[in-house]
Design a protein. Structure first.
Length: 588
């Protein structure tokens, strides 16, 4: 494998704080050791010596955002310095915890893509945090950010594979944090393995289009169109029906006539109706009175004086002449009253009949007048009806527009769905062609993983790369896997693989592993892993840095002569029994 002679390596990590244990690194294999001291006891732990903090500081100096809740953020007043060889330029870069947006830089930066500017306040050259990340991206990965292209790998995402941070970063070889998105996994790993990043980006864009197409269908089902759901055929039928109804309503509106005096005529007709009802009620009342009067004319015949005398005679009583004279007077008076009453009823009956006739004639006349008015109203429709037709037309047209909108969206949905299938198939085909064209570099990656895993275990593991409708799929496997230790070794072998690939494609880089990667790993595999990292970093000319605990070093399993090489590679030893022996001079 041809490896670039241009190096990128970390030379040292320092601090302006005098208690900080600065560390100097070399090219190739480097160890930072947390050592158990004589003064320490069983309760002491190397977890407080600062190994992981050192990795946090390296990330911070390489442009990582400062998490305000992190331990590092609590180190007020601290400034950290990383001395780095960057594409042949030796730089000293200082970043302050209290002012992380400003990067102070010294050294030879004449060939850097962005030139730092001298600042009187800081009495040195400075650049912004974003400018520093741009310099690192171009210098380490030849990565030029296209602002118009989403889903490209960034310097920070790529460096997070070379310097894994936190426990979750060791759980999956292809992720540097657990909730990493699919597009990020594809984009970054395509870059690391020398595949075309653009194809990974295109797979994500197709996914975006697919989501957009789904949204078109959702819009059809939104609140404004909820009353017109249906298939394409059903919507077409509804469009035709509503179009015809709209045309009919248009014709009705055009031929609609409204009498200018419609309201006045309506009011006059209503008055005639009231008067007719009044006269009908009067006729009804007169007819009831008439019946009573007619019944009153039918009376029984009065009893005569002779009949009274006959009754009393039979009883043995006889009226004298004086009594009979009085009875005759009463009888004559009573006949006079009856006659007067009959004459009165006859006159009233005649009057009522005349009144009924008059009311009847009036009703006929009023009914004719009202009929004439109603005829006018029937010929010239009401304004209320006209308004109803207009409102109905508005509603029909609204529904028709919604149906047309739904049809348009449904057509776009079906068209876009078909086009997307074609685009996806073309992308899969083109990415596979590119995959074949890059077979040499891909075979190299697969071979390297095979060799590395076989070096650690009796059976070789496999790195596989597949292309599906979802894009690139990556998988590593080592037989007999199942323990966390073997899973960590998958990460170890994969990291060595892409570091070797990148060292050939770009230039020699650095790979940093925290001691976490050896947790639960058999001592024999730990020994082989360290020897493999030593051999590969020396052969491929890249820098390897690893933090370890002294009681986890498998000296008894090292190959002959490696113990001496290992001990010579220890760049810093941190003590756990004395706070002054820790990285920061106090327990982390």
């Amino acid at each position: 494998m041809m490896v670039s002679s241009i190096k990128t390596m970390i030379k040292s990590v320092k601090s302006t704080n005098k208690n900080f244990k600065e560390v100097h690194f070399k090219n190739g294999f480097n160890i930072v050791l947390a050592d158990r001291t004589v003064k320490s006891n069983d309760k002491d732990s190397r977890n407080g010596t600062g190994k992981s903090t050192l990795i946090e500081i390296i990330h911070f100096c390489l442009g990582a955002d400062l998490d305000k809740k992190s331990f590092l953020a609590s180190l007020k007043g601290y400034s950290f310095i990383i001395e780095i060889e960057l594409k042949g330029n030796n730089l000293s870069v200082l970043r302050n915890i209290d002012d992380p947006s400003v990067i102070q830089i010294e050294g030879d930066f004449s060939k850097l893509p962005i030139q730092p500017q001298y600042n009187e306040l800081y009495k040195t050259y400075i650049i912004s945090e974003q400018e520093w990340k741009t310099i690192l991206a171009e210098s380490m990965f030849n990565l030029k950010k296209d602002k118009n292209t989403k889903y490209q790998p960034s310097f920070r995402s790529l460096i997070s594979y070379f310097v894994r941070k936190g426990l979750s970063s060791f759980n999956d070889p292809f992720k540097y944090f657990s909730s990493q998105k699919s597009w990020s996994i594809q984009s970054n790993n395509n870059f690391l393995l020398g595949l075309d990043v653009n194809f990974a980006i295109q797979f994500q864009k197709i996914k975006d289009e697919k989501d957009s197409i789904k949204n078109i269908k959702k819009v059809i089902n939104d609140e404004s169109l909820k009353d017109i759901l249906g298939s394409m055929g059903e919507l077409q039928a509804e469009r035709v029906r509503l179009t015809e109804e709209s045309n009919d309503l248009d014709k009705q509106i055009k031929t609609f006539k409204v009498h200018p005096q419609y309201k006045k005529i309506q009011e006059e007709a209503d008055l005639f109706t009231e008067e007719i009802h009044f006269k009908l009620n009067q006729i009804n009342l007169d007819q009831r009175i008439l019946i009573e009067y007619e019944n009153s004319l039918i009376v029984e015949e009065d009893i005569s004086i002779s009949k009274v005398e006959e009754v009393y005679s039979e009883a043995g009583l006889v009226f004298n002449k004086e009594v009979i004279s009085r009875l005759t007077d009463v009888e004559n008076f009573h006949k006079s009253i009856i006659k007067n009453r009959k004459d009165y009823l006859a006159n009233e009956i005649q009057r009522i009949n005349i009144e009924i006739d008059n009311f009847t004639n009036d009703i006929e006349k009023l009914s004719k007048k009202r009929a004439d008015l109603v005829s006018i109203l029937e010929t010239h429709s009401a304004l209320d009806e006209y308004s109803y037709i207009q409102n109905r037309q508005t509603e029909v047209k609204r529904k028709l527009e919604n149906v047309k909108m739904a049809l348009d969206r449904l057509n776009k949905f079906e068209e876009n769905k078909s086009n997307l299938k074609i685009k996806l198939e073309e992308l899969i085909q083109n990415s596979r062609i590119d995959f074949i064209e890059r077979s040499q570099i891909i075979d190299k990656a697969l071979s390297l993983f095979n060799q590395y895993s076989k070096y650690l275990y009796s059976n070789a593991g496999t790195l596989s790369i597949d292309i599906s409708k979802a894009g690139y799929k990556y998988k590593v496997d080592i037989k007999s896997s199942g323990s966390q230790g073997i899973n960590y070794m998958k990460v170890f072998c994969y990291d060595l693989t892409f570091t070797a690939i990148q060292s050939e494609l770009n230039h020699s880089l650095f790979l940093i592993h925290d001691s976490t990667i050896f947790d639960g790993v058999d001592e024999r595999q730990v020994a082989k892993s360290l020897e493999l990292a030593y051999q590969e970093s020396d052969d491929k000319k890249y820098q390897y840095i690893c933090t370890l605990n002294s009681d986890n070093i498998p000296y008894n399993d090292f190959s002959k002569g490696f113990k001496e090489k290992f001990d010579k590679s220890i760049r810093l030893t941190l003590k756990d029994g004395d706070e002054k022996g820790s990285l920061l001079g106090f327990k982390v």
